[in-house]
Write a protein that binds this ligand. Structure first.
Ligand code: NAD
Length: 321
């Protein structure tokens, strides 16, 4: 069995490899070659933690496995990231454990790949202002990946605690982009592409604040009860997701579905756009909304690439098991 540490993951996989791995598995899901198993996610009644499993099988990439972990909100005070996870890859032919891979960095990288794939396929070509709602651990990864998809000229951002915006301001400076902290309404008025990546449980972005032609990637809602945008905005948008089953139960779309504002038949898997089964954006005025719920197959896809690269570079530790 191979063990790949968090540090090795950071050394071997970059944004381009993560983008193609996640895009490939979204395409495989659309073709019926890869599927996710039902998600388990439980409040364990200790340390205010959410813990669970995301798993699946990708027949095209021959990736079978599970990501186990969750969210411990008190971790930051202990010098740890709030998300903690580990990916287990199994041999699809035998069921034998093949690799144990650190999942923290990979979660951020595969989640950033997901929103950037949606921007790549759905945002207007002439998008110039990117708006960030949220400034936690994931947000800087999101901004870096998104910035590679269009010729952005400015970053606008909002966070419930404005002091946290300095991390995004640093990334913007690094990217050579002007940065402005704004209120949410102003963010909607200015941004051509918006990423929401918070732990909110109420709508932060309202329908009337969003310009025609905006692409919005809702990335924070991955649990029942969480929410980042106005359900009326979901109803007004053309809606895409990584996986419909997750989107309507634990994703941003759960609220619009519960209120009867949209039907699940109106939601398109992003893999259908990648595979050109569905055209994606149909006009410059259309609001496109991507509900990135985070599927287990994304984790397996990036972990599989990490295993390959770590082996090639002699950085995988072999353990008798
Ligand atoms: P984090 O704890 O580092 O940051 C949380 C962010 O949410 C901060 O910006 C915080 O200020 C903000 N926030 C918290 N409560 C809020 C509220 N009530 N209203 C508005 N903003 C609020 O977490 P993170 O690792 O950056 O993750 C952010 C979110 O993304 C979490 O909800 C997490 O579960 C989710 N997530 C989703 C995926 C996916 O694949 N879709 C992957 C990883 C994380």
């Amino acid at each position: 069995m191979l063990v790949i540490s968090e540090e090795t993951c950071q050394q071997v996989i970059g944004r381009a490899d993560a983008f193609s791995a996640v895009e490939g598995v979204f395409a495989a899901m659309s073709n019926g070659d890869a599927y996710n198993f039902p998600v388990i996610r439980e409040a364990i009644g200790h340390a205010d933690a959410l813990y669970g499993f995301k798993s699946g099988f990708d027949r095209a990439g021959m990736a079978l496995g599970v990501k186990s972990g969750g969210y411990w909100p008190g971790n930051m005070a202990k010098g740890l990231t709030n998300h903690q996870s580990t990916i287990f890859l199994f041999d699809p032919d035998t069921g034998k454990l093949k690799a144990l891979v650190g999942g923290n960095y990979l979660t951020a990288v595969r989640t950033a790949a997901s929103s950037s794939i949606s921007i790549n396929h759905l945002a207007r070509r002439d998008a110039r202002v990117i708006g960030m709602v949220g400034a936690g651990h994931q947000a800087t990864f999101q901004l870096r990946a998104a910035a590679e998809q269009r010729n952005f000229e400015k970053v606008v951002a909002w966070n419930i605690d404005p002091a946290m915006l300095s991390g995004l301001a640093d990334v913007a400076e690094d990217l050579g982009l002007p940065f402005e902290a704004v209120e949410r309404k102003q963010l909607g008025e200015q941004a051509d592409v918006i990423i929401t990546i918070t732990s909110a449980h109420e709508p932060l972005m309202m329908k009337d604040w969003i310009k025609p032609g905006t692409h919005i990637a809702c990335m924070g809602t991955d649990t029942k009860g969480k929410q980042e945008v106005d359900p009326a905005l979901v109803a007004a948008a053309t809606v895409f997701t990584d996986e419909i089953a997750q989107s309507i139960t634990i994703g941003e779309i759960q609220h619009a579905i519960a209120e009867g504002l949209i039907d699940q038949s109106a939601i398109t898997p992003i893999g259908d756009v990648i595979n050109k089964k569905y055209p994606g954006r149909s006009s410059d005025d259309e609001i496109t909304l991507f509900d990135g719920t985070g599927v287990g197959l994304q984790d397996l896809a990036v972990a599989s690439v990490v295993v390959k690269l770590a082996q090639e570079q002699g950085k995988a530790t072999e353990v008798d098991f």
